[in-house]
Design a protein around this ligand. Structure first.
Ligand SMILES: Cc1cc2nc3c(=O)[nH]c(=O)nc-3n(C[C@H](O)[C@H](O)[C@H](O)COP(=O)(O)O)c2cc1C
Length: 206
């Protein structure tokens, strides 16, 4: 009886230690702070060195909202434009423990898969592994049929929002095309037509 109790308790403790939230509710994004748009543009550059400090929930909330959050709730429209307002771009937040889909409507991160997917994103660029998180921009190329270049262009809009947010808020990032797209598509459980277009290691300045 004692043994069973110990095993049950150990299972509960181990489970609690390694548990990952299925859904992370982010605080409402503060729509203030940061540099002016002109100072931000002056600062914008690719940075490939990151502090290992975890991004605070407050900053993460602002970063994700700036990337592709809802800025006009009445119309469900986004901070990033999309061709014909198709809103076919999705954003994934990946830390060293798992991958989450950003749900702009609920302003939550929804767990997609557990594991360390940084090697799939870094490939030969080891600096990526030093970042506390990576944002992966996925676009659904099937939405536009033959005009699938719109899907890639729309991903670029989100990428620039991320770069500008970081430049204006003492954070570091670089837009990257390099990644193991097949491996990452499997890790993110992407559907047919969905393509990881760009990724952004993100963190505080070193
Ligand atoms: C579409 C795209 C893909 C890129 N891919 C990578 C990449 O895989 N790895 C990397 O280190 N930088 C990558 N970069 C960053 C460029 O190397 C960088 O923007 C360029 O050297 C200019 O430097 P700057 O951003 O500081 O102005 C990419 C940039 C763009 C726009």
């Amino acid at each position: 009886m004692k043994k069973i109790l110990v095993v049950v308790l150990a299972t509960i403790i181990v489970g609690a230690v390694f548990a990952q939230d299925q859904t992370i509710k982010l605080p409402a994004p503060e729509i203030k702070g940061g540099l002016s748009i002109m100072e931000t543009l002056k600062n914008r550059k690719s940075i490939r060195e990151y502090s290992s400090k975890k991004i605070s929930q407050k900053d993460l909330s602002k970063l994700l909202w700036a990337a592709i959050g809802i800025n006009r709730p009445d119309e469900s429209k986004l901070t990033a434009p999309t061709a014909m307002d198709k809103q076919e771009v999705t954003l994934y937040y990946i830390d060293h423990k798992g991958a989450y889909l950003y749900n702009a409507k609920a302003h939550t991160l929804d767990l997609i898969n557990k594991g360390d997917f940084f090697p799939l994103i870094a490939t030969t660029q080891d600096f990526v592994k030093d970042a506390p998180a990576v944002l992966v921009i996925v676009s659904n190329t099937a939405v536009f049929g033959e005009n699938d270049s719109y899907a890639y262009t729309d991903a670029g809009m989100v990428s620039q929002n991320i770069s500008l947010f970081c430049a204006g808020n003492k954070m570091a990032t670089v837009p990257r095309g390099m990644m193991d797209k097949d491996g990452l598509s499997r890790a993110l459980r992407l559907r047919s037509g969905e393509v990881p277009v760009l990724n952004h290691p993100v963190g505080y300045l070193k």
